[in-house]
Design a protein around this ligand. Structure first.
Ligand code: NAD
Length: 468
């Protein structure tokens, strides 16, 4: 079994204490996570600060080249990282699984390399010019969740490095190993200290959020933790980007073609077993095609294979952890108790691992947790509607506002409904497609700030106006 270590100033280090990390499909130990002490975090921040002081002065072209070098090293090690992700996270190697995740990280890194923040001219008067410059923030603390450990690490690290910052990353204690290996590999092509990784329990994340040497926190995780991060970061007035939870609604209009949309509807909801921030978590279907959409979704769902992610033919793996397994089980049980009609699935699979079958629950409405809260698992409530204003109001009746979707053959109508949804991204005839060039942000309690594209890159900078 491979030995994993924290990475500080380009060096792999062992910690006195470690903790086993288990495969959620089998409960077998797949590696040991280092438990970093707060002194290790301090050293990581010091190393990052020293690297930042050099990195902020290097030419922009060198920063772009570093992002390309990162893409190359990930690509060369794609299979190794994918195997680690599958073992610790549970998702399958194939399909929209770990190979897809690492391949996406390569493409993402290349895209970030090409982003630019040129000097803006506010006044071109040659005697009194005014220009606006984007400067790096300093040391960025990155805190990531367990659902897409590599994608989200890349979303945090790459724009930070591209904009001239240094990074200390702390992955989720549920999926720390793939990030440690990723950071180790990236360190082969970066200046020492520019990217450091520490792992530990949640308290290590809390220690980052009030660390005086960290200038900005980029956090992806639940809204409940995001609130704690914001509160803790206030003492040192840190910059924040918070990408938090969601309860995305999808609205199927009466003119949609159920057969044509079923595959995208299904994967919009069940990507990564529903353990995706911007997955479709509530499906509203017009009364006139409700039964047909339910039939098509059920038929599609019953062909999908849930199994150990290491089996090449699995489409979906287990849930990542016991807590999430418990949440999904409870929400589905409550939905059934309140009259929900199970079309497929509906009860946990017994045996080793946190396996829960793909579950569709029809004839259900607001007033139960499966609809009102973020289930973050493979159970989709399908809600019947007949009035468009009513369904828009229901879709917006949540404290979340991450994504949403409208499904229709009439693009003009779909765009009109899209404009009425209170969320950061709306997809038409798709759900959850993230692009490196398209800003992504949550409204309401789904987050603060923006990631991706030039808008996202700007968040890793502060402004300096030069007058004269
Ligand atoms: P979580 O909030 O439990 O943990 C996220 C990270 O925060 C982990 O690294 C954890 O160790 C750390 N942490 C825990 N307590 C902390 C504290 N007090 N201070 C600082 N850090 C702390 O989230 P999770 O269960 O790992 O992930 C699932 C959640 O993440 C879901 O709500 C999902 O919607 C959300 N998510 C959002 C996005 C997005 O882009 N909006 C993307 C992926 C996941």
């Amino acid at each position: 079994m491979r030995t994993y270590g924290i990475i500080i100033n380009g060096k792999l280090e062992q910690t006195a204490k470690t903790k086993p990390v288990k495969n959620p499909a089998t409960n077998e130990i797949v590696g040991h996570m280092p438990l970093a002490a707060t002194e290790d975090l301090d050293r990581a921040v010091t190393a990052a600060e020293a690297a930042y002081q050099k990195w902020r002065l290097v030419p922009d072209s060198a920063r772009a080249a570093a992002c390309t070098a990162i893409a190359d090293v990930i690509e060369q090690n794609l299979e190794e990282i994918a195997q680690i992700v599958t073992k610790e996270q549970g998702k399958p190697l194939n399909g929209i699984g770990s190979r897809f995740e690492i391949g996406g990280a390569v493409a993402w890194s290349r895209n970030v390399a090409g982003l630019e923040l040129p000097v803006e001219i506010i006044d071109d008067n040659p005697d009194a010019p005014v220009t606006l410059h984007r400067k790096p923030v300093g040391v960025v603390g990155s805190i990531t969740p367990w659902n897409w450990p590599i994608s989200i690490a890349i979303w945090h690290i790459l724009p930070a490095i591209r904009a001239g910052n240094a990074v200390v990353i702390k992955p989720s204690p549920n999926t720390p190993l793939s990030t440690l290996r990723l950071v180790e590999l990236i360190n082969e092509v970066l200046m020492p200290g520019l990217l450091n990784a520490v792992t530990g329990e949640n308290s290590l994340g809390a220690a980052m959020t009030n660390h005086p040497g960290i200038a900005k926190i980029t956090f992806t995780g639940s809204t409940a933790t995001g609130i704690k991060v914001m509160s803790s970061a206030a003492d040192s007035l840190k910059r924040l980007t918070l990408e938090l939870g969601g309860n995305d609604a999808g609205i199927v209009l009466p003119d949609a073609d159920p057969k044509a949309i079923v595959e995208k509807l299904f994967w919009g909801a069940f990507i990564n077993n529903g353990q995706t921030c911007a997955a479709l978590k509530r499906l509203y279907v017009h009364d006139s095609i409700y039964d047909e959409v339910c039939r098509e979704l059920t038929a599609f769902a019953q062909k999908v294979i849930t199994g150990n992610g290491q089996n090449e033919d699995s489409d979906l793996g287990p849930l990542q952890n016991e807590m999430q397994y418990g949440i999904v089980s409870r929400y589905v049980d409550e939905a059934i108790a309140k009259g929900g009609r199970v079309l497929t699935g509906g009860a946990p699979t017994h045996g080793d691992g946190y396996f829960y079958p793909v579950t569709l629950v029809a004839d259900i409405d607001h007033g139960c947790d499966l609809v009102d809260k973020e289930q973050f698992g493979p159970a989709l409530p399908i809600i019947r509607y007949s009035d468009l204003d009513d369904v828009v109001a229901k879709a917006n009746a949540t404290t979340y506002g991450l994504g949403g979707s409208v499904w229709s053959s009439d693009l003009v109508k779909a765009r009109e409904i899209a404009g009425r949804l209170e969320c950061g991204t709306v997809w038409i005839n798709a759900h959850g497609l993230l692009r490196p060039d398209t800003p992504f942000s949550g409204v309401k309690q789904s987050g603060i700030g923006v990631q991706f594209g030039v808008e996202g890159l700007r968040e890793l900078t502060t402004i300096q106006s030069v007058v004269g």
